[in-house]
Design a protein around this ligand. Sequence first.
Ligand code: R5P
Length: 243
Amino acid sequence: MLAVDHGYFLGPIRGLENPRRTINPLLPYVDAVMLTRGILRTSIDPETDVPVVLRVSGGNTIDGPVLGNEEIVTAVDDAIRLNVSALAFSIYVGTEFEHQTLKALARLVDAGERYGIPILAVTAVGRELEKRTAKYIGLACRVAAELGAHFIKTYYTEDFHRVVDSVPVPLVIAGGPKLETDLDVLQLAYNAVSEGAAGIDFGRNVFQNPNPIGMIKALRGIVHEGLTPNEALELLKPEKIKA
Ligand code: R5P
């Protein structure tokens, strides 16, 4: 999955200033794209057949008092009209918004079940990246699964295989802030998939890479063809993105 939903609270971050220009050249290489309805409506060719995972949580920004104060901001009716394949909602376990976001996730699962739309729970940590321990990730993912999430986006952590073992739904891994080297990005994907992640949902480490098409191809090679990080690195040959 390609994650390009960041603007819902971060605004025009580096690499996603012009969503259409960034996203469209990458679509041929992804299995699904994760974004908001505003970007889907304005920036994606309606004829594209790439499955859409629609982010339906929001209501705060990086400039606001605190991250995590999110609610469901998109009606399921509109998601159906937009013909999306799944809905994504962030939960903020261990914060003052834990109760609010967990209840909203459960309501979304109810709505999704009514129409046969799977729900992706996103275990968000806001600014507190250091929270991404096996204990925390294990708790957040298990709670999301218990509430009915059909798959979960989370972070790779030490002892990740234990998290996988204790969560009975597929896990996909976020990339997080841009890593230092291409090999670091590929190694992260490789480790996650080797330890049982069903896939990845990377954003910044793809679209902030000087060679995003090369990077998405390399990541695809790891997830779908079982390439090692060094083998995948070979696919990072420079390619120009058309405007
Ligand atoms: C946060 O903005 C979104 O949930 C992203 O979809 C998620 O963090 C994955 O993107 P990245 O790989 O950039 O962390």
